[in-house]
Write a protein that binds this ligand. Structure first.
Ligand code: ATP
Length: 272
């Protein structure tokens, strides 16, 4: 698909396929075109050329088949979390008992049980994002499009969200998942599509694209100084550095490759 906004080409002959049961992690810098793609899949924006098919249907005929958690929150601030989920569940065609069971199930999975009776407008950013993701997952759609659903989430919420998404893919859902944070994609067992200037410039699994990139080991010392080493094998480097250190170490960081590292490696041709 191609989509232009005036002089800006947001999507440039982008091609992407997500199979049932597959999680594709769509990664790219700000402005790469991720949200534009999500908006086209939602049927909110039309491409200038090309098409998107959701289980064979154009977006407008596929409303109940795709669960979308957009990046910009779309919550009604004056209604409660429960009312919000009820509304979305009904729109997705769920009836009373199935709807109530789906809400209970998701509230438990995403830690929303305690806040079901709160207005969405007074929730924290992370709670709002979880509520929005729950709305997308309610009717167990065969296709999920989740635009940075873990942004602003704390560690346990992030893990709960990733577990749930993996479970849905295990049940056969095709999942398109955008993130800026590469380590999430190992947790999700996702394949990766790197988007740059509106095109998919690399596609592969985590090991193929990120596994070969070096990480960084950092030792922190009492006086506030630090020693940093870039390495392909952080675990053994850490042991070597610790045993060779002549001063007491007060802290250790192991930093994995970032999206910047991946972009750079792609630019210089270190990964295909
Ligand atoms: P981010 O990671 O910041 O969310 P993104 O990858 O989602 O970025 P998009 O929001 O899809 O990127 O934007 C792609 C390009 O299209 C950007 O240059 C953006 O400024 C432009 N763009 C997106 N929507 C519009 C619009 N409605 N009008 C004009 N330009 C737009």
């Amino acid at each position: 698909m191609t989509k232009r906004y005036g002089l800006v080409t947001a999507l440039d002959r982008l091609t992407l396929r997500v199979e049932p049961g597959e999680i594709v992690g769509l990664v790219g810098h700000n402005g790469a075109g991720k949200t534009t793609l999500v908006e086209i899949i939602s049927g909110l924006v039309r491409p200038d050329s090309g098409t998107v098919l959701i289980t064979g249907h154009p977006p407008k005929q596929a409303r109940g088949l795709v669960g979308i958690a957009p990046q910009n929150l779309a919550l009604y601030p004056s209604i409660t979390v429960h009312e919000h989920l009820e509304l979305y569940g009904r729109l997705a065609g769920l009836r009373r008992r199935a709807l109530s069971a789906a809400i209970d199930d998701l509230a438990l999975g995403l830690g929303l049980t305690e806040i079901l009776d709160r207005s969405t407008g007074v929730l924290s950013g992370g709670q709002q994002r979880r509520t929005q993701a729950a709305a997308a997952l309610l009717n167990r759609p065969p296709v999920l499009v989740l635009d940075e659903p873990t942004a602003g989430a704390d560690l346990s919420t992030r893990q709960a969200m990733l577990d749930l998404i993996k479970q849905r893919a295990g049940e056969g859902a095709a999942v398109l998942y955008t993130t800026h944070y590469l380590p999430e994609l190992t947790d999700l067992d996702a394949s990766i599509a790197v988007i740059r200037q509106g095109s998919v410039v690399a596609r592969g699994n985590y090991d193929e694209l990120v596994g070969g990139l070096p990480g960084e080991v950092v030792l922190h010392y009492e006086d506030g100084s630090a020693r940093r080493v870039t390495t392909h094998d952080p675990a053994s480097e850490l042991i070597t550095m610790l045993s060779a250190s002549e001063r007491p170490v007060t802290g250790v960081d192991v930093n994995h490759a970032t999206l910047d590292d991946l972009y750079q490696a792609l630019a210089v041709g270190h990964v295909a």
